[in-house]
Design a protein around this ligand. Structure first.
Ligand SMILES: *Cc1c(COP(=O)(O)O)cnc(C)c1O
Length: 452
């Protein structure tokens, strides 16, 4: 148990993804067609997704085999390490044992490559030539650009305009791997042109960029759309993270009391915690699960579970999830990422059913925890991942209060090497905490689409 780095052999890489839909007590309501408000069928999704991924959205099979071609790319960095945070435990003077799974070792710097590789593979198999997608600060865009490069696909990335101009490094990374990167709103699409006509200075948003990428895919026969979070098949691919972690915890001879992760759209946390939730649902394990989000974008803690669009223009199916309303944009001062207005339906349902608890933190305490962690463990975390660290700190301090050797496991979803601007702002004392007011929340939710 003193081992600080727990590795799996290459041959221990999982060969199937885990599908929690096989074990959930309640499945979320199905996505609805935006026009007819009827459940969407495969034929509605076929213009933008390959059949294999559409099947993975709805399958109830518990295990989905990982194709050999995908495993071959996974082996570039997988299995990723699980660390025992001995120095961090000491810094916190806690009797708790803290472990973290480190997804920052992927060539894209985060967990996002796990699904990007799988999606590029299935699209290539289906004869698609090009993938269109959106990206905020560039994590998803750079993962998909790499994955498209591995499988010989073209890649068009609509990048939120303010990030395109303020955060050039991930744009450059995407271009190294051959992607075309456009600042969004762009003049390439109807939805982009409409936004610019209404507001020539629009800084863009993820919702706008999604509208552009979906429209691009829907209007080009050789082009599909690819989403980096939220959808069931994305969560499925990410379970490789949790499956490895489970095997590593067994190697360490330990079992988690609490499993923690940050939530933007829900993919890294779902992929991390679903294999552990299986033990709670089917074997009566007493593990607690905590999903962490920013107070500036408090989807799970203050949003409403309702049907809403995934994008601003209302082109996507209506998705049943916790949401702050599709027009919600967190304040510019928020530097911690995790800005999406909704969350993955599967994760939301587990929150609604009381299996996962949700917690929100202000960004200053999140960056404080990030710096404390970096000083102890030598890794500068992505600001997103730092939300999980802050929660781990609170759990470790609670364990100290209680004099309890609690086992805390969290997902360190990515490194922060491209986020040093946010750290600069924190160190200069320029970050402010922003909690959404009741009035802002009411206004955001008042615009939810009417269904049924
Ligand atoms: C994109 C991203 C997230 C948030 O997305 P999820 O789908 O919630 O995982 C979290 N951490 C890192 C490092 C990211 O790049």
């Amino acid at each position: 148990m003193v081992e600080t780095k727990i590795l799996l052999a290459e041959k221990e890489l999982p060969t199937s993804w885990y599908n929690i839909q096989a074990d959930m007590p309640n499945l979320p309501k199905p996505p609805l067609h935006p026009g007819t408000k009827q459940p969407v069928g495969p034929e509605d999704l076929a213009p933008i997704f390959p059949l294999e991924l559409i099947k993975q959205e709805v399958t109830r099979e518990r295990w989905v085999p990982i194709p050999e071609e995908v495993l071959e790319i996974y082996r570039l960095w997988r299995p990723s390490p699980l660390f025992r945070a001995l120095r961090f435990e000491k810094a916190l003077q806690t009797p708790a044992r803290i472990y973290y799974k480190y997804e920052g070792v992927s060539p894209a710097g985060s967990h996002k490559l796990n699904t990007a590789v799988a999606q590029a593979y299935y699209n290539k198999q289906a004869g698609v030539k090009r993938l269109a997608t959106e990206t905020g600060a560039g994590q998803w865009g750079s993962a998909l650009a790499m994955a498209c490069n591995f499988f010989g696909l073209e890649c068009t990335v609509y990048m939120v305009k303010v990030s395109y101009h303020q955060k050039p490094y991930r744009r450059i990374l995407m271009q190294i791997f051959g992607a075309e990167v456009l600042p969004s709103p762009s003049d390439r699409t109807q939805s982009g042109r409409a936004i610019t006509a209404a507001d020539p200075d629009s800084p863009g948003s993820l919702g706008i960029a999604i509208s552009e990428a979906v429209e691009d895919a829907a209007t080009h026969g050789d082009t599909n759309y690819s989403l980096g979070s939220v959808l069931n098949h994305v969560l499925l691919h990410q379970t490789v993270v949790g499956l490895e972690t489970k095997a590593q915890m067994e190697k360490a001879g330990d079992a988690p009391d609490v499993v923690i992760g940050c939530v933007g759209g829900g993919s890294n946390y779902a992929g991390f915690c679903f294999p552990f939730i299986q033990d709670r649902l089917t074997k009566g394990a007493k593990t607690r699960f905590i999903a962490v989000e920013p107070t500036a974008c408090p989807t799970l803690t203050r949003g409403l579970q309702a049907y809403d669009f995934g994008d601003v223009a209302g082109l996507t199916p209506l998705i049943y999830m916790y949401t702050l309303g599709k027009d919600f944009i967190p304040p510019a001062i928020h530097a911690g990422g995790l800005r999406y207005h909704g969350d993955a339906p599967l994760l939301c349902q587990l929150v609604a059913d009381g299996i996962i608890e949700a917690r929100a933190y202000g960004q200053r305490q999140v960056f404080e925890a990030a710096v404390q962690f970096a000083k102890a463990e030598g890794i500068v975390p992505a600001p997103e991942s730092a939300h999980a660290i802050k929660c781990a700190v609170d759990e470790a301090l609670a364990a100290r209060e209680a004099g309890e050797a609690r086992v805390i496991v969290f997902n360190l979803s990515g490194h922060g090497h491209f986020d040093l601007g946010a750290y600069d702002a924190y160190l200069a004392g320029q970050l402010e905490d922003h909690a959404l007011s009741e009035e802002e929340l009411r206004q955001a939710l008042a615009r939810l689409p009417k269904v049924g």
